[in-house]
Design a binder for this molecule. Structure first.
Ligand code: PLP
Length: 448
């Protein structure tokens, strides 16, 4: 379909203006553009409306943040009330205690919390906290796993077959030109679900490692389920060697009432949160074991780890987060789980009845479609061949043309206002894509 049908004239006009003030016309590398992004006029419930008057069912949810959809009434009401009382203060407000109490009450191992303004900051402070607690500097992380924009967490985020090295000894690869070698040297790279690698690589550096940073189901790494023996190996080697386990749940906290670690049997020492806990406003949080979180304690003099932040724990993020999280009760999670299962099953059936080289991964309210027959077990297996990557781009484009936002090369997410008929619509559009792209799918199959 011609580009004119994908992006309306008003969006094109806006993008032309934006190109005069932003290096590439946008303010985030993660903005989907094809090659022009569409500009949003407003969001309501499960839907986004663009400036050209088109409506989309939103499976992006601002990168999985909007678990209740757009303009969720309890959040709007709470924010309106708070805005009339001021937006930020240098003193604490009671709203921060309430949100912290909710998180400590719900999420296992979160005895204490500190709020920051983004998931990136949460990961940054979790790494620093692990360093301050252990007195060690190195961290281990998973190849291909995204944890925001903090240097150490970006190592090997975009590793490629050309630079990722031997499967038994993944190399630390830079994410941007000029990334300090000292940063690369501080990071041990592991492969997801590689039990033997965890034993060998963590043991090699055991007394220099402050933490293993681990997203239980890395979205950019493939949104692949962790093997129980992998989780057990991380836990065992870390525990034996005084290495802290940091569970990054900035994205995957949405997997259940008690989060993702609880779902997969991971018992972290520190846990990072963000996205859903802010109800649509910027937020991040580090939580964890009481003794580890003591590194932030400034009550008896300078703490082991000073942490501040002009907007940390601002009452707008706190009240929006509290309203959103209070409505995320067991019934809300059960609804998301049921709908997620219907979607993944329906997509899986559309694939298997047509014998096409695709598969679907994910859990709870998340899913991701891969251009390969077998469910990958890690980032390397999930890495698409060039032809397959083009197919996935076509898939997102086809969805957009049919009124659905499907994030490209990232997790798609559903929200509480979505219904069974939304799920059926998504499955129908997916089946329509398969039926209209047989040639491309055959080419992928032939190239395997
Ligand atoms: C697992 C994970 N950690 C950290 C981050 C960074 O969060 P933020 O974009 O709020 O900085 C993200 C963002 O997508 C994430 O998915």
């Amino acid at each position: 379909m011609a580009e004119a049908a994908r992006v309306g004239q008003k969006s094109k006009n806006s993008f032309a203006r934006a190109r005069l003030v932003f290096p590439d016309g946008t303010s985030r590398v993660t903005v989907d553009r094809d090659p022009v992004p569409f500009y949003v006029e407003r969001g309501m419930g499960s839907y986004l409306f663009d400036v050209d008057g088109r409506r989309f069912l939103d499976l992006g949810g601002n990168f999985t943040t909007l678990i209740h959809g757009h303009a969720f009434a309890p959040v709007v009401e709470a924010l309106t009330r708070q805005l009339q009382r001021g937006s930020c203060f240098a003193n604490p407000t009671e709203s921060e205690i309430e949100l912290a109490a909710l998180l400590c009450g719900r999420i296992p191992r979160v005895d204490r919390v500190r709020f920051v303004n983004s998931g990136t900051e949460a990961v940054l402070f979790a790494i620093k906290a692990a360093r301050a607690f252990t007195g060690r500097s190195k961290i281990a992380k998973l190849e291909g796993a995204y944890h925001g924009a903090c240097d150490w967490a970006e190592v090997s985020l975009a590793a490629t077959p050309e630079n990722w090295g031997d499967p038994t000894a993944p190399l630390s690869t830079p994410y941007y030109r000029g990334m300090p070698t000292s940063v690369l040297n501080e990071v041990v790279v592991l492969r997801f679900n590689d039990v033997e690698g965890v034993h060998r690589l963590l043991s090699l550096d055991a007394h220099r490692l402050a933490a293993v940073l681990l997203d239980p189901m890395p979205s950019r790494g493939g949104l692949i389920a962790p093997k129980p023996e992998f989780i057990a190996a991380v836990q065992e080697i870390a525990g034996k060697n005084g290495i802290l386990v940091i569970a990054d749940e900035v994205l995957n906290l949405r997997q259940g009432f008690r989060g993702a670690s609880a779902r997969y049997g991971l018992v972290p020492d520190l846990l990072t949160m963000g996205k859903i806990i802010g109800g649509g406003l910027p937020i991040g949080a580090v939580g964890g074991r009481e003794d580890v979180m003591k590194v932030f304690d400034a009550s008896a003099g300078p703490p082991l780890l000073p942490q501040g932040g002009t907007f940390s724990a601002n009452p707008l993020s706190m009240t929006a987060g509290l309203a959103a999280m209070r409505h995320l009760d067991h019934a809300a999670f059960a609804h998301l789980e049921t709908l997620g299962n219907i979607l993944r099953d329906g997509i899986g059936r559309a694939i298997s009845t047509r014998h096409v080289p695709l598969c679907v991964t994910g859990a709870a309210s998340l899913f991701r479609i891969h251009p390969m027959t077998h469910i990958p077990s890690d980032y390397r297996e999930a890495y698409p061949a060039p032809g397959a990557a083009a197919l996935m781009k076509q898939l997102s484009r086809f969805f957009a043309e049919n009124g659905i936002i499907l994030p490209h090369a990232a997790a798609a997410s559903i929200s509480t206002p979505m219904t069974r008929s939304d799920a059926e619509f998504i499955i129908d559009v997916f089946a329509g894509f398969l039926d209209s792209h047989q040639e491309m799918l055959d080419a992928i199959e032939a190239s395997r």
